[in-house]
Design a protein around this ligand. Structure first.
Ligand code: SF4
Ligand code: SF4
Length: 72
């Protein structure tokens, strides 16, 4: 699933624009992702300018674009 760091999100909408499945929504200043429909393409993670998204699998977080920047 996609993990959202709400505190980092600037609500720019980039992830919404790049998601090929069109399953990301901004509702009341909170990002909602229809997780069961996610294909794990990671386009939203790479498209986020502030690193507010990461891939989460079996309680582990994979953060390819921002690894080593000390965010977690
Ligand atoms: S990983 Fe791909 S399908 Fe899943 S929410 Fe992100 S852009 Fe959409
Ligand atoms: S691209 Fe990143 S900062 Fe922009 S709305 Fe999506 S999660 Fe938030």
């Amino acid at each position: 699933m996609i993990h959202i760091y709400d505190e980092l999100c600037s609500y720019c909408g980039s992830c919404i624009a790049v998601c090929p499945e069109n399953i990301i929504d901004l509702i009341d200043l909170h990002l909602e992702i229809d997780q069961p429909k996610c294909t794990h393409c990671a386009k939203c993670i790479k498209g986020c300018p502030v690193g507010a998204l990461a891939m989460e699998y079996r309680d582990k977080i994979y953060y390819p674009e921002y690894e080593g920047r000390g965010l977690f």
